[in-house]
Design a protein around this ligand. Structure first.
Ligand code: ZN
Length: 334
């Protein structure tokens, strides 16, 4: 498989009131790791309008009944079994982790950035808030895997704000630890180790989507995004979130907070993230993540998840990866 494969097609039609064919360019790209295809359509970001929402007003409206706010969290969220945590919940800084009420995984966790931060726009997300939240999830994976050696597949994820799939407004992350991988974890783990090396090397050489390294973490604008404005990060030498040392958690969190700052500048408030773990010590597998935008909350506006994404497993994206990398500029170190 060619590493950075793309094909361009010209679509032609007669515009209303004209007999002159109008060409439009469509580009298909193949993901260098899994081979998933993406279609880049040329509407220049028009499919993802910036937020016009009064986020503060929605926060005020939802805070009065929120189970993650303040003292309500203690009373209304489940506790971890003593073999996972003696104290029932895992805390770092302001962040608190507890089991998900809905068993999305054999071991499913929710972690709020802070019970005191129901209103947390992306522009206010700091490296410290992300690091503390990420640290609770890493501690959860470690504790689960110490107790349940069969649950080797861990991921740390985010549905951020209602359009992303989150049922609660209060900002949080989610963790899943299972004996079996998700489809994407399986596809990534089946990718030959050399393919990851070659992909990073090709992007470094080509330069237009390579965003930089923070030391141990390399950042890219995705060549073939499944989500709008998708960024990817790779941590060679670590396979599972359980293997992240506290300095690595801080370094990764700095990059995530930087990505969220970029999204805020682009006028967005909703995103999905997945950190795809393989079993600890999987040789050659680099722990890696995807993070991408979701539509802003807007009455009578489309979801960004269409038949392409849901049923064809293919992104239909109108934010160019190269323009995204230009917007990111030097903020990731390149
Ligand atoms: Zn809340």
């Amino acid at each position: 498989m060619e590493l950075l494969r793309s094909e361009t097609y010209e679509a032609r039609s007669l515009p209303p009131g004209s007999s002159e064919p109008a060409p439009a360019v469509l580009e298909i790209r193949w993901d260098p790791l899994t081979g998933h295809t993406t279609r880049l359509v040329g509407s220049g970001g028009a499919l993802m309008p910036a937020s016009e929402l009064d986020l503060r007003a929605v926060a005020d409206q939802t805070a009065t009944t929120c189970p993650f706010c303040g003292d309500r969290l203690e009373a209304r969220t489940p506790r971890l079994l003593p073999e996972i945590s003696q104290r029932g919940r895992i805390r770092r800084g302001e962040a608190v982790l507890f089991p998900n009420l809905l068993a999305y995984a054999k071991h499913a966790a929710v972690s709020v950035y802070s019970p005191g931060r129901h209103y947390l726009p992306l522009g206010d997300m700091t490296p410290e808030l992300v690091a503390d939240n990420l640290a609770t999830q890493v501690a959860f994976v470690e504790a689960v895997q110490r107790h349940d050696g069969e649950s080797r597949w861990a991921s740390i994820n985010a549905n951020h704000m209602l359009p992303s799939g989150s049922s609660l407004f209060h900002p949080h992350m989610q963790g899943a630890v299972d004996p079996t991988p998700t489809t994407m974890q399986r596809l990534l783990a089946d990718t030959p180790a050399q393919r990851f090396v070659d992909y990073l090397e090709a992007e470094r050489r080509e330069g237009r989507r390579y965003l930089g390294t923070t030391g141990s973490v390399e950042w890219l604008a995705s060549f073939a995004p499944i989500a709008p404005a998708e960024l990817r990060a790779f941590l060679p030498g670590r396979a599972s979130p359980a293997e992240l040392s506290p300095p690595l958690v801080q370094e990764l969190a700095w990059g995530i907070a930087t990505a969220l700052g970029l999204y805020a500048e682009m006028g967005h408030e909703s995103f999905n993230m997945a950190i795809y773990g393989a079993p600890p010590a999987t040789a050659g597998y680099p722990l890696n993540l995807r993070i991408g935008l979701r539509s802003n909350l807007k009455a009578l506006y489309r979801s960004d998840s269409t038949y392409f994404e849901r049923l064809h497993w293919e992104g239909a994206i109108d934010i160019s990866p190269e323009e995204l990398a230009e917007l990111a500029g030097g903020r990731f170190g390149a």
